[in-house]
Design a protein around this ligand. Structure first.
Ligand SMILES: Nc1ncnc2c1ncn2[C@@H]1O[C@H](COP(=O)(O)OP(=O)(O)OP(=O)(O)O)[C@@H](O)[C@H]1O
Ligand SMILES: [Mg+2]
Length: 227
């Protein structure tokens, strides 16, 4: 079961919501952990979580949708399972933590569905975005960190880890290439809300750039509320 760290020391009046996105093996989990550690050592309350998952029902959906051996899962069923997991995550975990002033760091969020099911599976990016806006009641990250990985590099990193590939990871490189371009298009459409970094930069360099951007966000004045 994935661990969610909710630490004390609340200094912010309104939480900050950060999503890590990118292809399989891009370094999302590595950088999410680094950022959480850095922010905690600065005294921030941090909730680190992931998708699909983050709640008991979400973790069950995660294994149903990602593990092999559940028979055919058609693209619409897959999209709805991810959206169901995300609805639980947004309402049961993310919104309450933000309301308490935490920095919420999620490993994947709506953009992953738009890229994997919308572009990768061909369901349409606008349709999948709409489904997920409904599921989360329009809860959007304040910042999305996109780690841009070439499909071949991501596959090399995953297979080096030798943990076996899940249902989506084991899709061919052209599927991962569609996903990569969909992520980049999402970032290009709203550049102020994204930090796009090359996944091949060294871990330390990436961690430094991400922390620098997040500190700016934490220092910026609070504007408006959440939907
Ligand atoms: N900047 C980097 N340079 C080289 N290797 C890296 C870098 N970041 C992470 N790695 C390595 O690449 C592998 C995948 O990293 P990580 O698990 O963080 O990626 P991920 O995006 O979370 O993957 P997944 O999509 O499978 O969850 C790990 O072995 C990790 O040590
Ligand atoms: Mg990961």
């Amino acid at each position: 079961m994935f661990l969610c760290n909710l630490r004390s020391v609340t200094t912010q009046s309104r939480g900050i919501f950060i999503a890590f996105e990118g292809g399989d093996g891009a370094g999302k989990s590595t950088q999410a952990a680094r950022l959480a550690e850095a922010l905690e050592s600065l005294g921030h309350t941090v909730l680190r979580t992931r998708e699909p998952g983050g709640t008991p029902i979400g973790e069950k959906l995660r294994s149903l949708v990602l593990d092999h051996g559940h028979g055919t899962i058609d693209a619409r069923t897959e999209a709805l399972m991810f959206a169901a997991s995300r609805a639980a995550h947004a309402h049961q975990v993310i919104r309450p933590a933000l309301a308490e002033g935490a920095v919420v760091i999620t490993d994947r969020y709506i953009d992953s569905s738009v890229a994997y099911q919308g572009a990768g599976r061909g369901l349409g990016t606008a349709e999948v975005r709409g489904l997920n806006e409904w599921a989360t009641e329009n809860l959007e990250p304040d910042l999305t960190v996109l780690l841009d990985v070439h499909p071949e590099d991501g596959r090399e990193r995953r297979t080096a880890g030798n943990t076996g590939e899940d249902r989506l990871e084991s899709e061919p490189d052209d599927f991962h290439s569609r996903i990569r371009h969909a992520f980049l298009e999402l970032a290009a459409a709203r550049p102020a809300s994204y930090l796009v970094l090359p996944a091949n930069d060294p871990v330390e360099v990436l961690a430094g750039r991400i922390l620098e951007r997040v500190r700016l966000l934490l220092e910026s004045p609070v504007t408006g509320g959440r939907p």
